[in-house]
Ligand binder design. Structure first.
Ligand code: GLA
Length: 320
């Protein structure tokens, strides 16, 4: 029995995959996951390298993998400040850019809409370092406050019947949590077609902890929307820490296992609100945290180890 089977009564179990891991982790993916997010291959600058020129080769391959294995897809992501080609903002007007975006979403929706029931419409639009509310992005500069309303309207028109999400990180840190809450509350009050909030959950074994996450889930739940855990991993280092370790220390792995256990217990408690819990990668042999925030520093943030074998954390999540 895999994770996805054990959690069938609760929510989908997702992971981020890429063009490489659908081969290197094929068996693991098949056994444990029933929803996938394309790590990069669906992002704007991955599919569109020059104005109006699209190449879907890599994304198509991952999509086929999902289809062959009866997995659904979480579309990621439509409006973001990163991995978005700068040329779409050049020599354009706000109205024309909307048409460009509409066409972009239409192309993705037509191609991947059958398996992609849910989409991150806007990713990371809230500022988390200063007192500003919105992150200063080209999107915000073009349209000003409330710019996400229009993005969700377009997505709603072009992707009818799909669940539309706002997705962000530091979602459990009180200041940012409140900003995200206010953002989405405002959208709901203005009648914007938003269905849910994606909690990225790039956490570490020290913070925000299960209480922080619980408060975030409860706060967002007040909005009466769907929730997804979209990019979960639990780093063994504090964010500021730049230590390198040759191996994963046992006591840190134990602490991580406890935390995963508590997190999944919490998710089960709130399963009626949660559509999916997605890990940001299948196993510890390939994780973006090996290069972030410290390039070349090994990390072990997931449920399967560098040999793709179940970790203690996995057993804790499975045995309840
Ligand atoms: C953000 C994005 C993801 C991914 C991660 C880092 O959280 O939403 O698509 O790029 O950063 O891998």
């Amino acid at each position: 029995m895999g994770l996805k089977d054990k959690y069938e009564p609760y929510f989908k179990i997702g992971t981020a995959v890429n063009i490489r891991t659908i081969k290197t982790h094929e068996e693991l993916l098949r056994q444990h996951f029933n929803n996938i997010t394309f790590e990069n291959e669906m992002k704007y600058s991955s599919v569109c390298r020059a104005p109006g020129e699209y190449n879907f080769t890599a994304a198509d391959r991952i999509y086929e993998f999902a289809r062959e294995n009866n997995m659904t897809v979480h579309g990621h992501c439509l409006v973001w400040h990163n991995q978005t080609p700068g040329f779409i903002f050049e020599n354009t007007t706000p109205d024309d850019l909307k048409e460009t975006l509409r066409e972009h979403i239409r192309l993705l929706g037509n191609r991947y809409g059958e398996l992609a029931e849910s989409w991150d419409v806007v990713n990371e639009g809230i500022e988390d370092k200063t007192d500003l509310f919105y992150r200063d992005t080209k999107w915000h500069r073009m349209y000003g406050d409330n710019y996400m309303d229009g993005m969700f309207m377009i997505a709603h028109e072009v992707l009818p019947g799909k669940k539309l999400f706002y997705n962000d990180y530091n979602e459990s840190i009180p200041e940012k949590r409140e900003k995200i809450y206010q953002l989405v509350k405002g959208m709901k009050e203005r009648g914007v077609p938003i269905d849910g909030i994606g909690l990225q959950c790039h956490h570490n074994i020290y913070e925000p902890g299960v209480d922080g996450l619980k408060k975030a889930i409860e706060r967002y739940a007040e909005l009466g929307l769907r929730l997804r855990i979209t990019e979960m991993d639990i780093s063994v280092f504090r964010f500021e820490d730049r230590t390198h370790l040759a191996e994963a220390p046992k006591e840190l792995m134990e602490r991580q296992a406890e935390l995963y256990e508590q997190y999944f217990e919490l998710f089960r408690e709130y399963h009626e609100l949660i559509d999916a819990v997605t890990l940001w990668g299948p196993a510890d042999d390939t994780t973006w945290l090996d290069n972030f925030p410290e390039p070349g520093r090994k990390n072990w943030p997931l449920l399967f180890d560098v040999n793709q074998e179940p970790k203690e954390a996995y057993h804790r999540v499975m045995n309840f």
